[in-house]
Design a protein around this ligand. Sequence first.
Ligand code: XIL
Length: 482
Amino acid sequence: MATAGTAHAVGTLGNAAAAQGRYFGAAVSTAHLGESAYAAALDAEFGAVTPENEMKWDTIESSQNSFNFGPGDQIVAHAQAQNMKIRGHTLVWYQQLPGWVSGLSASALESAMNNHITQVMTHYKGKIYAWDVVNEAYQDGGSGARRSSPFQDKIGNGYIEEAFRTARAADPNAKLCYNDYNTDGVNAKSTAVYNMVKDFKARGVPIDCVGFQGHFNSQSPVPSDFQANLQRFADLGVDVQMTEVDVAGSGTAQANSYSTIVKGCLAVTRCTGITVWGVTDKYSWRSSDTPLLLDGNYQKKASYDAVLAALGGGGSTSGGTSSGTSTGTSTGTSTGTSTGTSTGTSTGTSTGTSTGTSTGTSTGTSTGTSTGTSAGSSGGTGAGCSAAYRTVNAWTGGYQSEVTVTNTGSAAISGWTVSWTQPSGDTITSLWNAVQGSANGQTTAKNAAYNGQLGAGASTTFGYTASTGGSAPTLTLTCQTG
Ligand code: XIL
């Protein structure tokens, strides 16, 4: 078993995931933040948090239009002090819903839903990486039908679309997710969600991501088509995330399930991160299932070791120390300076041009063909990115565009800037998932705080709407790292 980690050391879950361009988070409760062992484990290992209950409707708006942000704010403050991403959970859900909501008439409920979304998202504006806008709207079993809830029963099928549109208007920079359980494999329920997302994308309803809760036990193990299911959603043009992972069990069986989950996510470029549903078995909502990565005494379990190994064991950071094995093919251009120590074995082929300075010590074996000096996986800036443009939707007088930014280099990047010439007469009305600017007469979009980090080959998207006197243009964009 591994030994206790130190804060932000290479070899923690959060850092290992970051080296892959992903986040690794945990659900947290304000009730335990004051326990030093809990806070220490959270801060040492995790790069993201989800409030376990503090942003649910019954906590935030237990009586109508009276908002209690205190508990959620505590988690946000803790996370920001630790530079962690924050997932907002959850705006519209049939559970942990105060009684007054279900007592409303249809039109009053619709207003209350929109007001709740707007007030909560406005309060946390700019602080939340992704919101679970709607949670658990579909039934289990083979029907693929919507679940009965006050929202479904009174507002009707359109409530989900309305919630997402309201959410986009409230905080255009937060990613908007649909989140559910028993959707981790291909089945009637996940296919119903898939069809909804497909329809939303086709009609320009704002949705950026789908969360898969990932609560597993012996009755509901990790499905064999888990990765394929994530991929089919990603292929619709949304990010996917594992949002509430826990796996009942212990030892090797539990470790193997976790390993499958992590590897499946890493194999899907648009799988942007994984959250486990708690820091320690001690406070899990299913504590008797011992479903997490740290035991009741905050000791690392076999499941922890499996996750860290699947994440690449910590990898290397620029200018740091690298150990491990690297296989594969690297093409591209690498410039930069690398300092540090690299130990391990590297096999594969590296082609391209690399300039820069490499200092330090490298031990190990390298086989294959290598031209140039590779600053790639052992440090440096291994730079390169591309930006692909598409029109998502167009209407008289306007259009919506999406830009996919891909790290084409062989090392992780920590920032990107896309530039293009906006056609004259076209004005951007709203841009999300990036920060708009201008340089040299061009429009620029720089990564937001939460999507600058991209592992080799990883992508992220930003989007915007524009008004136009003509039709939606075809654009060529350039991408620069940094
Ligand atoms: C759970 C919490 O972990 C518990 O503390 C609470 O009592 C009930 O809710 N799906 C979700 C989560 O989306 O919000 C739930 O969290 C677990 C199932």
